[in-house]
Design a protein around this ligand. Structure first.
Ligand code: AHR
Length: 328
């Protein structure tokens, strides 16, 4: 069976690419294998690259999948919408969407439904109002991740008599992980009655460059004296912030404690080096599980509305032992 995994094509080039390679028949052609369109967020982090590789490798190795049409949307919703419209034109069997942000999907998802093409959300979710417009979501429970970060903060700073001063580096504005990691974290702090002050909170768009730039602004605006904790919504922003903290002459992990979310090799190495204090895992390696869901959905099987992937948490006593196990 001919398999084509189209990697790294832009949304603009997609229509030509699909025409040249031939699309699916939109009828869940199990005999020939399924044609799947995947509108990925981008390549903003090690997490994202590992996720793309996991999905592409799983599709290539799976005889039930004839072709995966992969679009890197470069963190732009418009590119994802355009990719979905191209997938509809080409009558793929199933559309997989990792939505950049939570809102703004109603029209295009309605178009997919009208065309009879099921949509699976991978990784990120969308607003509840559009829940009927996708079949299922496979990915992380981002609220639970935020709660895990909050529980560690409460344990660590419970005895901080002056009140715990916190900086937050949020992910992409309007994205599910940014909204949910924020909500889960502060829900726990408030519920547990931690005496804290959120000194500043800004988006670093899940990238190292923007995380570093925002941290530099935090340092200029607030200095770091008296700041207890930086909560970074992903590894890249945390690692960028660590650079900014060091360049300003402070010791990350000591002068300011740091939580990151993801758990890449680089993140764990920073933990081993004593530069950060807590890692909440976000697991990108669900490609094989996703292919099973794609086949179930194409077959019209009943599936759960949301399937969370397994994730753990790691403190400083665990970083060294865990580092060799990291897959990305
Ligand atoms: O949606 C998952 C998040 O997206 C990861 O935490 C982050 O690294 C990525 O950009």
């Amino acid at each position: 069976m001919l398999k084509k995994v189209l990697a790294g094509i832009g949304a603009g080039a997609l229509l030509f690419g699909l025409t040249a390679c031939g699309g699916g028949d939109g009828e869940g052609g199990a005999d020939e294998g399924l044609v799947v369109g995947f509108a990925q967020v981008g390549a903003e982090s090690a997490w994202r690259t590992a996720n793309s590789t996991s999905v592409q490798d799983a599709a290539a190795a799976d005889d039930r999948i004839a072709e995966l049409k992969f679009v890197d949307a470069q963190q732009e919703q418009e590119r994802q919408i355009s990719a979905i419209r191209d997938f509809i034109t080409q009558q793929v069997d199933v559309i997989v969407l990792a939505p950049v942000v939570e809102t703004g999907w109603t029209d295009v998802l309605q178009e997919a439904e009208d065309a009879g093409i099921p949509v699976i959300l991978a990784d990120r979710g969308i607003e509840a109002a559009d829940e009927d417009l996708y079949t299922t979501r496979l990915g992380s429970d981002f609220v639970a991740e935020g709660r895990s970060a909050g529980e560690w903060a409460v344990q660590t700073f419970a005895d901080d008599a002056d009140g715990t001063k916190i900086l937050e580096l949020q992910g992409t504005t309007g994205s599910a992980p940014a909204n949910d990691r924020n909500a889960g974290f502060f829900e726990v702090l408030d519920a547990e009655g931690l005496n804290y002050e959120l000194v500043d909170s800004q988006s670093g768009n899940f990238t190292a460059e923007e995380g570093k730039a925002v941290m530099e602004t935090f340092i200029t605006t607030h200095a770091l004296d008296g700041i207890d904790l930086l909560y970074a919504h992903n590894d890249e922003m945390g690692l960028g912030a660590i650079q900014a903290i060091e360049e300003a002459g402070f010791k990350p992990g000591e002068d300011i404690q740091i939580i990151i979310v993801d758990g890449s090799k680089a993140g764990f190495q920073a933990g081993v080096d004593g530069k950060l204090n807590y890692i909440v895992e976000c697991n990108p390696v669900f490609g094989e599980q996703l292919m099973d869901v794609v086949v179930q959905v194409a077959n019209g099987d009943d599936v759960e509305k949301f399937t969370p992937v397994e994730e753990g948490v790691f403190d400083a006593t665990q970083f060294e032992a865990e580092l060799p196990n990291r897959q990305f």
